[in-house]
Design a protein around this ligand. Sequence first.
Ligand code: CTP
Length: 398
Amino acid sequence: MLKGKTIVLGITGGIAAYKAADLASKLTQAGARVETVMTEAAQKLISPLTLRNLTHRPVVTDMFTMASEYSEEHIALAEAASAVVVAPATANTIAKLAAGIADNMLTCVVLATEAPVIVCPAMNDVMYRNPVTQENLSRLRARGFTIVEPEYGRLASGKLGRGRLPETARIIEAIEQVLVRKEDLKDKRLVITAGGTREPIDPVRHIGNRSSGKMGYAIAEAARARGARVSLISANVSLPEPAGVEITRVNTADEMKEAVERAVKDADVLIMAAAVADYRPEKMLPAKIKKEDAETIVLKLVRTPDILGSVRGNFIRVGFAAESEDVIANAKKKLTAKGLDLIVANDITAPGSGFDADTNRVVIIDRDGNTQELPLMSKREVAEKILDRVKELFPRKG
Ligand code: CTP
């Protein structure tokens, strides 16, 4: 898998920099050509000579040296890369990448590459948890970067916390997965819905739900990174817009239905990750309800259209089932009732799986009743697993 691939390994100045030597060595042993780019801080923690000896390649340490065979080095490296891996990635480099700053060789290469980028954050746990670091990581994810989450364990400070660079084997697994999945959905058209619909009561109030849109956005980002053409139909989401994805914004179930019907015309796949309201107020009041006008009010709710149940065609249809009890049995019922190819069931009461979480724990069920129970993982990883299953269905749907 790694044989003959060019991996640009970016090493930044975290104490875990020494572990990058093991990564460089294992990648080289697996047959990859490893081009190491080190920041100035990284060179204070580990010698470029170590990397040179392990990879048998010159190590790039400076924007302005002419030590290697490349002429315009950052561009040549960016173009040659099958993948760029930043391990360890400090909070500082992550912030620069998120902002598009290119003030050293590594940040220049990342800015100039079209290859997939894998970022492995490693730092003190407080720096990792800091909202600014988390925001920067979300921005990178939205742009299609793969983030290999740090692990919990003993940190350089001596404290226990989340911030450790994962074992080499886990990083290599992530690289291999990115290489396998790269372009495997090329030329496929995916329609993905995300978020929660809002059904207006009056000009200022609505009936809504707690969906954050994170699951649908993660699927859109993953599909885009795998070469698909993606239409994302987004209802009331405040997340960064995934790059390279066509977005249609809607509010209500009716608007979503119309947008989905339009988008699926030449689609290969429809994935309904949105939480669509099942009921809406029968009519929207033209003026704001004033509380002095009535002590109690009665809202009459009517059913909204079942989008997934009614939109049919020669494309793969994937639904979600948010359940709080009898998860698998209820999800199977929905799969049959809506004639789906796959249903992704989650227990919304399970830890780490609720609304707005960055993680999810799901069971993927197919039409033959096979169940694939996945452990708790990031929504992006769940997205990749769903797409892996969708991909298997392509030959059948022609
Ligand atoms: N869905 C839809 N249109 C609706 C409601 C839901 O397309 N009006 C889609 C959702 O996007 C999701 C799946 O159908 O993919 C969920 O199925 P559904 O039976 O509606 O689930 P719940 O609303 O949770 O049903 P219930 O309240 O009966 O459990």
